[in-house]
Design a protein around this ligand. Structure first.
Ligand code: UDP
Length: 402
C-alpha cells in the first residue's frame, strides 16, 4: 500500500515531514468523505487514494457513498448540468425526488459519529438538513459554478450556508454566500494503475487487446461520454486535421454510476466510428494509462470543466494536451508553453496539425507538462491543504457553536 513517504522522490523530504507533523493535530479526529459514486469521474478518482493517504498519515478517515434510484441520479445529473450553465426545468417533482432520497440516506448514515464531514458535489449536499450539526461540515464542489442556473442556485444557496466552509477549484467558481470559500485544485495519484510508469510491453499489450492500430500517430480523448466534454467537436476537429496530417483518433469513455446520460451519448457517436476513428466504452485504467502514454496528442476539448483530471494525468505522462479554454483547464495548461488552449473546433484542428507535424515541440511541451504536474498537481499537495483546513476549525467552530 502506498504511503506518504513514497511521494518523497517527487516532492522532497521536507514536505513529507511537514505533512506528518501537521497530521498529528488530527490524530483524534474521525473524518468522513461523502460522495455519490465509487467509480467513474474525477471525484471518485481522487477520493480513493486521498482517503487512504489520510489514514496512512494517522487521520482516521472513512469514505461513504449515498445511494439512489435512477430517478435520483437523473435529477442530480440535471442539477449538475444546470449548475454548469445548462437549463433545467425545475419542478416540485424533482425537488421531492432529490430531497426524499437524501432523507432516506441520512437515516442510514451515522454522520454524527465523525469529527469532520466533507460532502462532495451537489448530489449529497442536502444531507446536512437532517443532522444536528455536532462538528464542522465542509462542502467540496468540484464543478464549474461560475454561471449556474439562478433558480437552482437560489434553491441551493441557503443549504450551502449551513456549511462551515466551501471548497471550489478556481477563484471564478466562488459564489456570494455567507460561507468561507477556499480554492483547492484537484490532484492525481502518481502510483495508481492509471498513472504509474508502464513498460513498452505493457503499453503494447493494452493497445493490442483493444485492436488499436499504432501505424499512425494517436490523437486521444479520454472522458465520460458527456456533451460538456464535446466528443462531437473532437471528431470534427480530428476530421479537419486529417486533411493535412494522417493519424488515428481514439475516444475512450467510461460510464459513471451517477451519470445516466453516458450510454445514450455513446450510442449517438457510434455512427461516426470508422477505421481511423475508434470509439471505446470501457472501464480500464491500464488502457487509460497506455493511451495517455502512447498518444502523440491528448485532447480535452471540454465546453465546461470544473477541473479536468484527464488533462493533468496526460501531462504527467509527458504528453502535450490540447484543452478547451474553459473552467479549470487554463489553470492546468500554460498555453503555448506546456500545451495548448483552444476555443473552437478550428483552433483544435490547427493545434492537432501543429503538434503532429513537429516532434520537437511535442517533446518540449511534454517535458514542461510533466514538470508542472510534479510541482503543483500531486496528491500530497492536496492532502496538506485538507489537513490545514480540517485542523483550522478546531477553535473557530467550537467558539461559534458553543
Ligand atoms: N476516466 C477513466 N476512464 C474513462 C474515462 C475517464 O478512468 O474511460 C477517468 C479519468 O482518467 C479521470 C476521471 O475519470 O481520472 C475523469 O475526471 P475528470 O476530472 O477529467 O472529469 P469528470 O468525469 O470528473 O467530469
Amino acid at each position: 500500500m502506498i504511503g506518504i513517504e513514497d511521494y518523497e522522490p517527487y516532492v522532497g523530504a521536507e514536505q513529507i515531514e511537514r505533512i506528518l507533523q501537521k497530521a498529528k493535530a488530527l490524530a483524534d479526529c474521525k473524518v468522513v468523505h461523502v460522495n455519490s459514486t465509487y467509480y467513474g469521474g474525477g471525484v471518485a478518482e481522487i477520493l480513493d487514494p486521498l482517503s487512504l493517504l489520510m489514514n496512512n498519515v494517522g487521520i482516521d478517515t472513512s469514505w461513504l457513498l449515498i445511494k439512489g434510484e435512477p430517478d435520483f441520479f437523473s435529477v442530480t445529473k440535471k442539477m449538475h448540468n444546470a449548475l454548469q450553465g445548462g437549463k433545467i426545468n425545475f419542478t416540485e417533482m424533482k425537488t421531492t425526488i432529490y430531497e426524499d432520497s437524501l432523507q432516506k440516506n441520512a437515516i442510514r448514515m451515522n454522520l454524527n459519529d465523525f469529527g469532520r464531514v466533507v460532502i462532495h458535489d451537489p448530489q449529497p449536499l442536502f444531507l446536512i438538513n437532517h443532522f444536528k450539526k455536532s462538528c464542522p461540515w465542509i462542502w467540496r464542489c468540484h464543478i464549474d459554478l461560475s454561471s449556474p442556473d439562478q433558480e437552482l442556485w437560489d434553491y441551493m444557496a441557503p443549504v450551502v450556508e449551513r456549511y462551515d466552509a466551501m471548497i471550489v477549484s478556481s477563484e471564478s467558481y466562488k459564489r456570494s454566500v455567507q460561507v468561507p470559500q477556499l480554492i483547492f485544485m484537484p490532484a492525481i495519484d502518481p502510483f495508481s494503475i492509471k498513472n504509474k510508469e508502464l513498460s513498452q510491453a505493457e503499453i503494447d499489450e493494452r493497445l493490442e487487446h483493444y485492436q488499436i492500430p499504432t501505424d499512425l500517430p494517436l490523437v486521444v480523448q479520454i472522458s465520460r461520454f458527456d456533451t460538456w466534454k464535446d466528443p462531437v467537436g473532437v471528431i470534427e476537429a480530428f476530421k479537419k486535421a486529417r486533411r493535412e496530417v494522417d493519424a488515428t483518433l481514439v475516444l475512450l469513455g467510461n460510464i459513471a454510476s451517477d451519470d445516466p446520460e453516458g450510454p445514450q451519448i455513446y450510442e449517438s457517436l457510434l455512427e461516426q466510428a470508422e477505421d481511423r476513428i475508434i470509439l471505446i466504452s470501457q472501464d480500464d485504467s491500464a488502457l487509460v494509462n497506455a493511451l495517455q502514454r502512447s498518444a502523440a496528442v491528448v485532447l480535452q476539448k471540454s465546453i465546461r470543466e470544473g477541473f479536468g483530471l484527464t488533462v493533468t494525468e496526460a501531462m504527467w505522462k509527458g504528453t502535450p494536451v490540447i484543452g478547451g479554454n474553459v473552467g479549470g483547464i487554463p489553470l492546468q495548461i500554460q498555453d503555448g508553453y506546456d500545451g495548448f488552449l483552444v476555443s473552437s473546433v478550428d483552433e483544435a484542428a490547427e493545434r492537432i496539425v501543429t503538434l503532429l507535424k513537429y516532434a520537437n515541440l511535442r517533446e518540449q511541451m511534454g517535458r514542461r507538462a510533466r514538470e508542472n504536474v510534479g510541482k503543483k498537481f500531486l496528491l500530497s499537495r492536496l492532502l496538506e491543504q485538507y489537513i490545514d483546513l480540517l485542523d483550522a476549525f478546531d477553535i473557530s467552530f467550537h467558539l461559534r457553536n458553543g
